[in-house]
Design a protein around this ligand. Structure first.
Ligand SMILES: Nc1ncnc2c1ncn2[C@@H]1O[C@H](COP(=O)(O)OP(=O)(O)OP(=O)(O)O)[C@@H](O)[C@H]1O
Ligand SMILES: [Mg+2]
Length: 438
């Protein structure tokens, strides 16, 4: 058995670490609390419908726009969508402002993000010997140049499954791998018939000690069999691997590298070939762009064009802006998004949280951050969150915890509130100063 290592207490707790899904029931209805999500019922249900559309491939070439005030859970819902889509579906998150980096052109950054969001599920059938080691004998011989050293020469292995047993002799390559991996009787192994690669799957033996191996059952079927292996990579992974062929240095400076469009074309063609031969399946994922009002007109038109292409991920955008200028122009548009892009987007609104929702979210966050807090303090934060913002209420937890040094009470939150301003108060403060100076 592999035992999970307990989380270390000093680990940085991510803002959205408590979100494990959208918290919907079988009928797609939101439970008030579920998967770490609280309230915001309509938006969560809408997101659930979007997930179903994505899984059925019905949202290809389109996107979702999450619109709502700051701290209303837009990013949280996007994370929930990611979790619902499952491990195999790539989910890439960027912020609109990230495209303005000094290292890369805007469009190059976006291209890479788009290609990281498309998975290629490769499956391969391979002939393998698989079974538990019943008996193993490594034959050693003298080193050809040094008679005092013994080296493995060959190995005699008996592999067993529930239904079969086979004894065979294998050469030096395999003997070496067996020694290196410390493989012994009772271990379940797989040997690739063509390449001779040995992999250890675990052991069938009951063990004691510190270095516990994974317990696995005795395999079934014949020892020599054809097995299907699948693994998922992204188009961007393939781009990187293929451009690395050019220069070994790129291996060490992986990030921030511009990729040649020719490489991308070659990768696309190869992948299409695999798909036609039935060796691979494309898994379009999601590109989530938070604070999308930071994108400029060039970025939007690039994205709109990219969404037309056959190999496009689903786009999820989020913003808290109403009518505003499209960056890079003097044109005002809803949410600062050009109309041709808006036309492709399903809009989901997130509403400001009510007190009962803030209360539950505060409790979840406190538990997630390992902070003990009194009921009165939770109640006070709930009121505060309704008046200012959820985000502010959640943010005060950590400083209040520092001030308390133990259980957080209402007074600690009041003190934290004096030290740290919410946005409205901070703006009012600056405006008052400006008024005094005029
Ligand atoms: N419905 C919810 N259930 C549980 N936690 C939530 C929910 N909504 C938000 N949160 C949590 O509250 C905090 C603020 O929410 P979030 O960052 O998602 O807001 P936002 O709408 O993206 O804000 P902004 O516009 O400032 O980016 C996060 O820690 C988030 O995980
Ligand atoms: Mg956000």
């Amino acid at each position: 058995m592999i035992e999970e290592v307990p989380k270390m207490s000093f680990e940085r707790v991510g803002m959205h670490s408590h979100i494990r899904g959208l918290g919907l029931d079988e009928n797609g209805r939101a439970r008030f609390i579920g998967d770490g999500m609280v309230g915001q019922v309509k938006a969560r249900e809408a997101a659930g419908i979007a997930v179903r559309l994505i899984k059925r491939g019905k949202l290809a070439g389109k996107g979702i726009l999450l619109v709502g005030p700051t701290g209303s859970g837009k990013t949280a819902i996007a994370m929930g969508i990611a979790r619902e889509l499952g491990e195999d579906v790539p989910f890439v998150q960027i912020a609109g402002s990230e495209i303005y980096s000094a290292e890369m052109k805007k469009t190059e950054f976006l291209k890479q993000a788009l290609r990281r969001a498309i998975g290629v599920k490769i499956s391969e059938e391979r002939k393998v010997y698989e079974g538990a080691i019943e008996k193993i004998e490594i034959k050693k011989t003298r080193h050809p140049f040094n008679p005092y050293v013994e080296v493995p020469d060959s190995v005699l292995i008996t592999l067993k499954t529930k239904d079969d047993e086979k004894t065979f002799r294998a050469g030096r390559e395999i003997a070496y791998q067996i020694l290196e991996q410390g493989i012994e009787e009772g271990d379940v192994i797989q040997i690739d018939a063509e390449s001779g690669r040995v992999s250890k799957l675990g052991t069938t033996k009951e063990e004691e000690g510190i270095f516990l191996k994974r317990r696995v059952g005795l395999p079934t079927g014949p020892v020599l069999k054809i097995k299907e292996f699948t693994y998922t990579v992204t188009l961007h992974d393939l781009d990187i691997v293929n451009s690395r062929a050019g220069g070994i240095l790129s291996l060490f400076f992986g990030g921030g590298m511009e990729i040649n469009d020719e490489v991308r074309q070659r990768v696309d063609e190869t992948v299409k070939g695999w798909v036609e031969e039935g060796k691979a399946v494309l898994v379009p994922g999601v590109l989530f762009i938070d604070e999308c009002h930071m994108l400029d007109i060039e970025a939007f038109s690039f994205l709109a064009r990219a969404m037309e292409s056959e190999l496009a991920p689903i786009l999820i955008l989020a913003t808290n802006r109403g009518r505003t200028r499209i960056r890079g122009t003097d044109i005002e548009a809803p949410h600062g998004i050009p109309i041709d892009m808006l036309d492709r987007l399903l809009i989901i609104n997130t509403e400001p949280y009510r007190k009962d929702e803030v209360r539950e979210i505060v409790k979840i966050r406190a538990a997630e951050e390992g902070i003990e807090i009194s009921d009165e303090a939770v109640e006070y934060l709930a009121e505060l969150g309704e008046k200012t913002s959820l985000r502010y209420a959640v943010q005060l937890l950590a400083p209040a915890h520092v001030l308390a040094g133990g259980r957080v009470e209402r007074e600690h939150i009041e003190r934290a509130e004096e030290y740290f301003a919410d946005i409205k108060r901070s703006i009012a403060f600056v405006e008052k100063l400006e008024g005094m100076l005029q």
